[in-house]
Design a protein around this ligand. Structure first.
Ligand SMILES: [Zn+2]
Ligand SMILES: [Zn+2]
Length: 130
């Protein structure tokens, strides 16, 4: 899939034509990260980002004690991709993707949600075990 930031300076292609999974996350970190009610993560097999892009990386500790690399456009500031060091998958921020099928999104950290979770969706109060 084609991905781009808000200003268009960051452009890349995902390694598969569809995400392996899609989550709306209602946790407080995602709320802060997106400056909005929740964050959307499209999970893809890990892939290298092109190295000529105007990207910067903010690294933070996760609850499980690991490190999360959070890439954002240095021009418009849009967050585009998160990769957990040592993991085989990455999370592309959903709003960056063109042609994403939003209908199959699962809702996680619903215990923290500030918006109503739609009827009939797959949902977890916290995270699914994986
Ligand atoms: Zn940008
Ligand atoms: Zn979250």
């Amino acid at each position: 899939m084609q991905a781009s930031c808000q200003c268009g300076a960051v452009q890349f292609k995902t390694p598969t034509p569809e995400p392996l999974d899609l989550y709306h996350c209602h946790c407080i970190e995602c709320r802060k990260q997106s400056s909005s009610a929740f964050g959307t993560s499209a999970i893809f097999p890990a892939f290298p980002l092109p190295d000529n892009l105007p990207l910067s990386c903010y690294t933070r500790k996760t609850d499980s004690g690991g490190l999360l690399d959070c890439y954002f456009c240095t021009i418009c500031g849009a967050r585009v991709l998160h990769s957990r060091q040592g993991k085989k998958t990455v999370s592309v921020k959903g709003g960056c993707l063109e042609g994403l099928d939003w209908s199959k999104a699962k809702h996680i950290w619903c215990s923290r949600a500030v918006v109503k979770i739609p009827e009939g969706v797959q949902r977890w109060d916290e995270e699914p075990d994986d």
